[in-house]
Design a protein around this ligand. Structure first.
Ligand code: ADP
Ligand code: MG
Length: 497
């Protein structure tokens, strides 16, 4: 629930202009390459980075008379994705030809779905601009990717590589529900997370297997939708944010100068930090869509869909709710952990490798997030290639929970485990890192410090916060191994505080 103060405040995502504030409206068309071994309508491999034109069948090269045959696994992947996006699955869908000429499109048309896509309306929950919101999905359809033109191989010629020709893509279209670049970035990030959990797309934007067409318009808050421009093929989360910001500014400046926005397709130039016109907006009728006569309508049985539904993995939102409920994590920490399936799995194996009783979920989360992820991040590694195992982190957590070591010593221990490996309990034993909880030993250290610093003792009587200085001295004299709570108690008693 938003507080009254928050409700009264102006939405923070308005963009100021000379004639008052403007609101951004964003809708995204995300192209996600289906994770599958072979292409949508042929048995050629989808392997990335292969020798050019080494994965091209007669179908992919569009030889006359060749017939496309649908790949069942690609269909299953689209359905899994639809289910993960809480969307309705259409038991009947139709493949259409979208006609256009392009050197890397030998058919002269792309097989896509137009009026009857395989997946209909759904939604994605995102956290952005300090709130949780839903972005509605309009549709998801299956289509073929085109080949690739290579312009840098020869000064006078361009080459065509058809390896990508015919690879399955899912186009996921959102409603124009986003109101800031942050929301659009959060949406793409969340979408990628969901696809990766589902295993339906690798989501690797650097390899181009996830790219977004970004539709941007501006309007006065609450007014009718403005004319949109579509920025094609933006291929990183950061660029999506930048492209939206500069495009909105461009549109606002035009309108405030008395001009109007032409609906068009634009390109984002990251180096110059600007968008520029590519072509005026094509209309659907320009493509002369019609059902592909080589392909029957795609008809699914409910049981095929139900079976896929039953085998869906736990998705990030559900996992987050479970982490909060079962392990007492904060929503923030749970979000960090579920953002990648590998992280969540790692965390769960830290908790799962319990020798006796239950590990403290919060403490374990804290160690995975702040120590391990923090360190991996600094060194540019993924959790998947962490040398420090879940078992080792679990060992450190157990030593802290049983008061065998202090939090400070635990950090030293982590350093040792990180650089040398080994069993945390054994390291603590061998190197004498155990926390001193023996009050006799602590008392002795306290007595020595009190005896050596009569002036400080006088000061502390007048100013109790001086106790911190004494704690520091005791910790120093015990090599950081004294139990801080015990030190505090003993000091208070001896100083009469
Ligand atoms: P097309 O296929 O011609 O690009 P669609 O109807 O599929 O058109 O819509 C494309 C995208 O544009 C959708 O993601 C939609 O949310 C978005 N969109 C539609 N109207 C606007 C608008 N006024 N401002 C921003 N985005 C919009
Ligand atoms: Mg479009």
């Amino acid at each position: 629930m938003a507080s009254k103060a928050a409700a009264a405040a102006k939405p923070s995502n308005l963009i100021p202009g000379a004639t008052g504030d403007w609101e951004l409206v964003i809708g995204l068309e995300v192209h996600a390459q289906v994770a599958s071994k072979s292409k949508l309508f042929s048995a050629s491999s989808t392997e990335f980075g292969a020798e050019p034109n080494s994965h091209v069948s007669l179908v992919d090269a569009a030889m006359p008379g060749m017939l496309p045959v649908i790949n069942k696994e690609c269909v299953a992947q689209a359905i899994r994705t639809g289910l993960g996006l809480k969307s309705e699955i259409h038991l009947k869908s139709v493949f259409d030809r979208k006609n256009y000429f392009y050197p890397d499109l030998p058919q002269g048309y792309q097989i896509s779905q137009y009026k009857q896509p395989i997946v209909g309306e759904g939604e994605v929950e995102i956290d952005a601009d300090g709130e949780t919101m839903r972005v509605r999905i309009e549709r998801l359809h299956l289509e073929q990717d085109a080949g690739k033109s290579l312009h840098d191989q020869h000064p006078d010629y361009s080459y065509v590589d058809l390896n990508r020709s015919g690879v399955a893509l899912m186009e996921i279209v959102s409603k124009p529900d986003m109101r800031s670049s942050k929301q659009a970035q959060a949406y793409v990030t969340k979408l990628r997370t969901i696809l990766r959990y589902l295993g339906t797309c690798d989501g690797d934007m650097e390899k181009g297997n996830l790219r977004a067409d970004v539709n941007v318009s501006v309007r006065k808050p609450g007014g009718p939708l403005g004319t949109r421009c579509e920025i094609k093929n933006v291929n990183s989360i950061r660029f999506i944010g930048q492209a939206i910001e500069v495009e909105a500014r461009r549109q606002i400046d035009i309108i405030e100068d008395g001009g109007k926005i032409d609906q068009e397709t634009r390109l984002f130039d990251a180096a110059k930090g600007e968008t520029r016109s590519m072509r005026s907006k094509e209309e659907a009728h320009d493509y002369r869509y019609f059902p592909d006569p080589d392909l029957l309508p795609l008809e699914l049985t409910q049981s095929f869909v139900d079976d896929l539904k039953q085998h869906l993995p736990e998705l990030p939102d559900e996992k987050r709710a479970r982490f909060v409920k079962d392990f007492g994590l904060s929503v923030y920490d749970a979000n960090v952990l579920v953002a990648e399936r590998e992280r969540a799995d790692y965390f769960e194996s830290v908790l799962g490798l319990i020798a006796d009783g239950k590990r403290d979920g919060k403490l374990a989360a804290n160690w995975v997030i702040n120590e391990l992820l923090g360190r991996l991040n600094k060194e540019g590694h993924d959790i998947a290639d962490s040398k420090v195992t879940a078992k080792q982190i679990g060992g450190i957590v157990d030593l802290i929970a049983s008061n065998a070591i202090s939090g400070k010593i635990a950090k030293d221990l982590f350093e040792i485990v990180w650089s040398e490996g080994g069993d945390p309990a054994k390291i603590v034993e061998d190197r004498g890192m155990k926390q001193v909880t023996d009050t006799g030993a602590i008392e002795k250290a306290v007595d020595e410090i009190i005896a050596a610093n009569p002036d400080k003792v006088e000061q502390a009587k007048a100013k109790p916060s001086m106790i911190g200085w004494f704690v520091g001295q005791v910790m120093k004299s015990t090599g950081g191994k004294a139990n801080p709570a015990a030190v505090n108690d003993i000091l208070k008693a001896k100083l009469g505080l």
